[in-house]
Design a binder for this molecule. Structure first.
Ligand code: RAM
Length: 922
């Protein structure tokens, strides 16, 4: 070949590989999940991110292809779907529009992106698997034991023969209650407490496992162990329980195992009456009361072929639970970490105490050696010696037993041998920091090892925050622990006392949670729970699903059903969540309207006054010194108003013009009534004669305050905080809005002072007293693991580090990112990162001698506006090059599009990429 041609070709190859390395689509997800199994959405949505170190990168077009074979996507034909080249910068939630998907099939997909540098790059291919798309695909039957089950746990088994070599095997499995599913003696997957709790009468979630490697030619054994969960919740004498006894019958089980042989033929193994069962080693299990496990009752060899099950009984068909079988399209509950104790003691013979140094939700894993038949009792608690706060474990400390959810919830383990045995619970979890192991006979064990297992919906972490103030950092981490402690397929209030799906707690923490964890698939499930729980009259109960918890709340609780979809559409560009739920959201709004007309004062139709009794018309909750607020109607009417206004915007977004107009008009009427009823223009107070911070905050947040009164209303909050020596006086509702209102009102230093207080009531008070999670009450009373006050982390991400969310000035889906750090005098540095749907955003600043250093990273295919405080005469450099000379913008640095001075700030317009700015005096 001509040498020159060769050189030319190699340059071309080099150029192509160089540029294609510069930009690469990655992190491909389908329905928010990476390579999901069991997708049962007929038109699943695809998302990706663009990765590049270059600046100013944007996508100008994309093409998605989907095929049932790897070859199909490699050849770039996409035999199921070829979207063609679409001129668009969108990368999030693009809907499949190809041939109808088949049940139980594997699909490959990849995306080609064109960027503004003229290049096009293919992603690597990834897969998704469909689940069982039609209810008629289910051939398996629900099975159970014939006798009534109260507390014990049946084990079921079935042998089946496979005549040929297995190419692929997929198991669809679930239970009402909980299950553990095994093949040939090995547990399938790593889910625990599966399936996620739903209202089984409406929805039952099934898991999909790829069990190809677990089957063999010849005889195989399928086995399952069932737990009561929220399906068969019995009251128990002498053991802790919560709420009413509620049982829908025996725990029941369903399995459909699809096998494809290497020759292409297929077979299906199903649960039916040919399965056999016996009562297993779990002799007691209760979601609240604990679990008893008698290892002597493990039927030896029951998971192996040839086990004699003739003495076992034949399973019987269970009634259909009623709910639609849906795929559990979210991370399952798993053991995500195991913590070793930081201290242990043996205060008396036969009693051991362990301190994890961290309050967690989950359970304990013990290794122990004793005598056969000996029963060991294990309990947990959040404090020692019945004291208010935790502390490091000392030699004579005792487990706190002041709450029944600690003293009367335990696991009893009975040893089968004098060998080393290991145990962890199967169908029970709780919240604790200390673990007590008691032998009961005042004799020590031959050997004992304990660790604390962190159990939660295994959502991926999503955000980081670090500042020069260690208290802030600790508050953030404690908040994350409380979220982890309250994420069990729905947001719970606490992991021990109620385990309730409180919608109020869940909504106030939601925006923080969307920074700390990848919440999208979890909230998609939870919103279905809310819809399932909707009552005939449109009411969304205080807990969804209602099967657990089911107690108090007010309008702020049900409002989760409007707020969460609204936030999801902003954070995740998820319009489908609005479309899907709109009819039920609308019905809820009309319920609120009817409430206004049917409460204690029907002559005030736009005000939601007292209704349905104290526990159901709660307003603010858990403010200092009181459990509720002086005037519930203010909070309830605020949420009525806020929901109505959002519904108008949602209707607008969905093109429902008539509804948009209707809700907008209704919200105007509520606003007027709200001010007439609650606002005193003389005192500038809402709802009371003394300042109640929450009311003043809500009125400002909802834009309810007449323009000329905004500043005086704001001033009442500032004065009240100062009168309280910079202490807040808010409960779970007002706390979410406290920092945004202060910062936006220009009180940046006060906001910081309030956040870093260390005396009652404050976060610092909790943490200085040894807490490692967030508490239920500012005083320290009751639960030590409630997530609802964690909303302060929004302040850390959005204001201190400055990564505004799509609820502030950032655009939906983080396409145009607004970064505006708020810099209190007494903070030296702050940095946060958030893994948004568009990619990872980083914003971090540090004060150095005569210098303000600011680092920012914007993912490819986004743009940004950076706003940093800058006095006149300051110069700004980026990467050492001057870009602002004290008066005007100096062009030339790639990626920076404009710099302007505005109200004491510099406003910098940027393309994607990494930047390091330095601001200093001339
Ligand atoms: C408590 C719960 C929860 C709260 C309700 C009103 O029982 O712990 O946090 O939402 O009450």
């Amino acid at each position: 070949m001509d040498k020159r041609l060769l050189l030319f070709l190699s340059v071309v190859v080099l150029f192509v590989s160089c540029t294609s390395e510069q930009v690469k689509p990655g992190d491909l997800t389908c329905e928010y999940l990476s390579k999901p199994l069991g997708v049962d959405v007929p038109q699943p949505r695809f998302s990706w991110k663009l990765f590049s170190d270059a600046r100013g990168v944007s996508q100008i077009a994309y093409r998605i292809i989907v095929s049932e074979s790897l070859d199909g996507v490699s050849r770039e034909t996409g035999d199921c779907w070829n979207s063609g080249k679409i001129n668009s910068d969108r990368t999030v939630n693009l809907k499949y529009e190809g041939n109808a998907l088949r049940s139980n099939a594997k699909y490959y997909w990849r995306v080609c992106t064109w960027t503004n540098d003229g290049d096009s790059v293919w992603s690597n291919p990834v897969t998704f698997r469909t689940g069982l798309l039609n209810s008629s695909d289910w051939k398996a039957k629900w099975i159970t034991a014939r006798e009534t089950i109260f507390h014990e746990s049946p084990v079921l088994r079935k042998e089946f023969k496979l005549e040929k070599r297995v190419k692929e095997a997929i198991a669809y499995v679930t239970a009402c209650g909980f299950y553990e599913f095994c093949l040939n003696g090995e547990k399938a997957g790593d889910h625990v407490l599966d399936p996620g709790i739903t209202d089984y009468r409406k929805t039952v979630l099934y898991a999909t496992y790829d069990v190809t490697g677990m089957l063999k030619k010849g005889t195989n054994v399928a086995g399952a162990m069932l737990g009561n969960g929220a399906w068969n919740m019995r009251k128990v004498d002498g053991r802790y329980s919560w709420g009413e006894e509620r049982t829908f019958g025996n725990p029941c089980f369903i399995l459909q195992l699809h096998i494809t042989y290497t020759d292409g033929s297929q077979e299906v193994v199903v649960s039916d009456e040919t399965w056999r069962y016996a009562m297993g080693p779990v002799t007691f299990n209760n979601l609240y009361g604990g679990e008893d496990y008698d290892a002597r009752k493990e039927p030896a060899g029951w998971m192996s072929a040839g086990f004699d099950d003739t003495k076992w009984s034949g399973a019987v068909l269970a009634g259909n639970p009623g709910g639609r079988l849906k795929s559990q399209l979210m991370p399952a509950i798993k053991v995500t970490a195991a913590l070793k104790p930081v201290a242990e003691s043996n205060p008396e013979p036969g009693v051991y105490l362990f301190d994890l140094g961290q309050n967690i939700a989950g359970w304990w894993r013990v290794q122990l050696k004793g005598t056969p038949g000996q029963t060991i009792r294990i309990r947990g608690a959040e404090t020692l010696n019945d004291s208010l706060f935790p502390k490091p474990l000392g030699p004579v400390d005792k487990l706190s037993t002041k709450f029944r959810y600690h003293s009367h919830a335990w696991t009893d383990y009975t040893l089968r041998s004098d060998e080393l045995e290991e145990y962890e619970p199967h169908f029970f979890y709780t919240g604790f920091r200390y673990i007590e192991v008691a032998t009961g006979n005042k004799e020590n064990l031959d050997l004992l090892r304990v660790e604390g297992c962190v159990v939660r919906s295994a959502l991926e972490e999503n955000g980081t925050f670090e500042s020069s103030d260690s208290l802030l950092n600790r508050i953030h981490v404690a908040g994350q622990w409380s979220q982890m402690g309250n994420t069990f397929s729905y947001p719970t209030d606490c992991p021990h006392r109620e385990k309730g799906a409180y919608n109020g707690d869940g909504q106030v923490i939601a925006e923080t949670a969307m920074h700390d964890f990848r919440m999208a698939s979890f909230y998609t499930k939870w919103l279905n729970d809310m819809r399932d729980s909707q009552e005939e009259n449109g009411r969304i109960p205080n807990t969804s699903p209602t099967l657990v918890g089911g107690m108090g709340g007010g309008v702020a609780w049900g409002s989760a059903y409007i707020l969460i979809p609204w936030w999801m559409n902003h954070y995740y560009q998820d319009i489908r969540i609005l479309e899907d739920h709109y009819p039920a959201m609308r019905k809820y709004l009309f319920y609120l309207k009817s409430l206004g007309a049917q409460d204690e004062k029907p002559d005030e139709p736009f005000i939601i006054n007292y209704f349905d009794g104290y526990w159901y018309s709660l307003g603010e909750w858990c403010s200092p010194g009181r459990n509720d607020c002086p005037n519930h109607a203010v909070v309830n009417t605020f949420y009525y108003y806020y929901n109505t206004r959002l519904m108008s915007k949602i209707a607008e977004a969905l093109g429902k013009k008539g509804d948009a107009w209707y809700f907008s008009t209704l919200s105007d009427s509520i606003k007027q009534a709200f001010n007439e009823k609650f606002f005193d223009p003389q005192t500038h107070l809402y709802g009371t004669n003394e300042v109640y911070q929450t009311y003043q905050l809500l009125a400002l947040v909802g834009d309810l305050v007449p323009e000329e009164h905004r500043q005086p209303v704001f001033n009442t909050i500032v004065e009240d905080l100062k009168n309280r020596d910079n202490h807040l006086n808010t409960g779970i509702i007002g706390t979410k809005y406290l920092w945004p209102v202060l910062v936006n009102g220009g009180e940046e230093n006060l906001a910081f002072e309030v956040a870093t207080r260390a005396t009652y009531p404050s976060y610092g008070y909790w943490l200085k007293n040894g807490s490692t999670t967030l508490l239920e009450e500012w005083s320290g009373a009751h639960s030590h693991n409630h997530q609802m006050f964690g909303s302060v982390s929004e302040y850390f991400y959005k204001y201190l580090a400055g990564i505004q969310s799509p609820m502030e000035n950032t655009s939906a889906g983080y396409k145009h990112i607004h970064l505006q750090p708020v810099v209190p005098d007494s903070l030296q540095s702050a940095e946060a990162s958030v893994e948004t749907v568009a990619g990872k955003v980083v914003s971090g600043w540090r004060k150095e001698a005569g210098l303000f250093r600011y680092r920012v990273s914007l993912p490819a295919n986004t743009t940004g506006t950076v706003v940093i405080p800058a006095s006149p005469g300051f110069i700004l450099t980026e990467g050492g090059t001057r870009v602002w000379n004290g008066e005007s913008y100096l062009k030339g640095v790639h990626g920076i599009k404009q710099i302007e001075s505005n109200n004491g700030n510099l406003e910098i317009t940027l393309g994607s990429g990494n930047y390091t700015f330095e601001l200093k005096a001339l």
